[in-house]
Design a protein around this ligand. Structure first.
Ligand SMILES: [Zn+2]
Length: 285
């Protein structure tokens, strides 16, 4: 029982639970979320190197006239908050990286962007840092479309660089691409894919920060369009939308926002459970 006389850190909580017996583990473990910001280096060093390390990445960019620039970071931050509570001590969460690749939004005031190659190197560096620290299961969890290509390229390039290894799991995933279909959970949800400052994103901001949402009556629907699909067209945002949003924000409600958060949280938890269940060597996962 002397374990609790040391400073209260995550690891000490674990030791205390082990010392104190099974009856206390539930209450102690239920409050533990493992944030990199809260640990000291020796605590990180002593973690199992099969612990998934999650790097949440988002953006600070224009979100139409009715939504704040920090929308993507706020939304992913809320999802990570919910996910980390459910994962308890079974995954390590790096702090959310608010700077993303948003070059396509630079015609709109206030946007901050890491250029694509800078962003690629930044994410690659994160992965390299934690490979050096001995961790094997690294997950970039994304909340911004512009991070998609550099994020996928980062996991691809780092895998090539460490091609002698057979025990690395390097993953990039965007939260709205993890399988959930919010419109099948709530038939009032019109949109079937992520837009930009759209029904989905506006609903989620209405749920967590309604005071930051402007007048939706002024926000006309902007269609997604079909730009030479299935080809990928190089694009900048102002050629698709004058106000900056894509989709129909007038359909947004806080209730839909709660549904969306629940769907995306469920998906992300299920995804991390697959990472934990990986056998450490197989292609399948
Ligand atoms: Zn967004």
């Amino acid at each position: 029982m002397f374990c609790i006389s040391v400073e209260i850190t995550f690891l000490v909580s674990l030791r205390f639970a082990a010392c104190a017996g099974d009856q206390l583990q539930g209450s102690l473990f239920s409050d533990v979320t493992m944030n990199l910001t809260d640990l000291n280096w020796s605590a990180v060093k002593s973690l199992s190197k099969d612990t998934p390390v999650v790097f949440p990445v988002a953006a600070l960019e224009q979100h139409g006239r009715h939504m704040p620039l920090f929308t993507d970071s706020m939304l992913l931050g809320e999802i990570i908050r919910r996910v980390s509570e459910r994962m308890n001590d079974r995954a390590l969460f790096a702090p959310l990286l608010w700077l993303g690749n948003s070059d396509h939004h630079l015609d709109f005031a206030g946007t901050l962007s890491a250029a694509p190659r800078v962003y690629l190197d930044l994410l690659s560096g994160f992965l390299e840092n934690f490979i050096q620290h001995g961790f094997r299961r690294l997950v970039i969890l994304n909340g911004h479309g512009g991070n998609d290509v550099p994020g996928k390229q980062a996991v691809f390039e780092i895998r090539q660089k460490h091609r002698q290894r057979n025990d690395l799991l390097l993953l990039f995933a965007t939260y709205w691409h993890l399988g959930g279909k919010p419109d099948e959970v709530d038939a009032n949800i019109q949109q079937q894919q992520m837009g930009h400052a759209c029904e989905w994103e506006t609903s989620m901001v209405l749920r967590i920060a309604p005071h930051l949402v402007g007048d939706l009556k002024q926000a006309q629907a902007v269609p997604f369009g079909n730009a030479f699909s299935p080809a990928t067209r190089g694009w900048i945002t102002r050629e698709r939308t004058e106000p900056g949003h894509i989709g129909d924000p007038t359909q947004a409600t806080a209730q839909k926002g709660e549904t969306l958060f629940q769907v995306f949280t469920h998906d992300a938890v299920a995804f991390l459970e697959r990472v934990i269940a990986w056998d450490g060597k197989s292609w399948e996962g």
